[in-house]
Design a protein around this ligand. Structure first.
Ligand SMILES: [Cu+2]
Length: 118
């Protein structure tokens, strides 16, 4: 008698547990709709291309060094700063606020570019 009662209790507990899990796996699809924008800037022949890039807020910009020379990407106002990028290395930054973000290469300060975030 004792044994069958405890088995029944165990089954009820398991049943509640499963129901709880089911409720937890609700709405996944909502967050998948916001696809992050990504845009590339190529560094080649001592210049950033495009020199001025205009993107919507929330865009991740990726710089790729296609030059044979190491370069850096340093925000003039300190918003971002890459390490020294060798050939084919990349640096990414996500722009979450609107504004104009001038930047330069700290190794070759005449190399300048700008990201405009709208
Ligand atoms: Cu450079």
């Amino acid at each position: 008698m004792r044994r069958s009662v405890s088995t029944a209790v165990l089954l009820v507990v398991l049943g509640l547990g499963t129901a709880g899990l089911g409720a937890g796996t609700g709405d996944f699809s909502a967050s998948a709709q916001q696809k992050p924008e990504t845009t590339e800037v190529k560094i080649d022949n001592f210049s950033f291309g495009p020199g001025t890039l205009t993107v919507p807020v929330g865009t991740t910009v990726t710089w790729t060094n296609r030059d044979d020379i190491p370069h850096t990407i340093v925000s003039t106002e300190g918003a971002f700063k890459s390490k020294v990028l060798d050939t084919d290395e990349k640096f990414s930054f996500t722009f979450s606020k609107a504004g104009s973000y001038p930047y330069f290469c700290s190794i070759h300060p005449k190399m300048t570019g700008r990201v405009v975030v709208q």
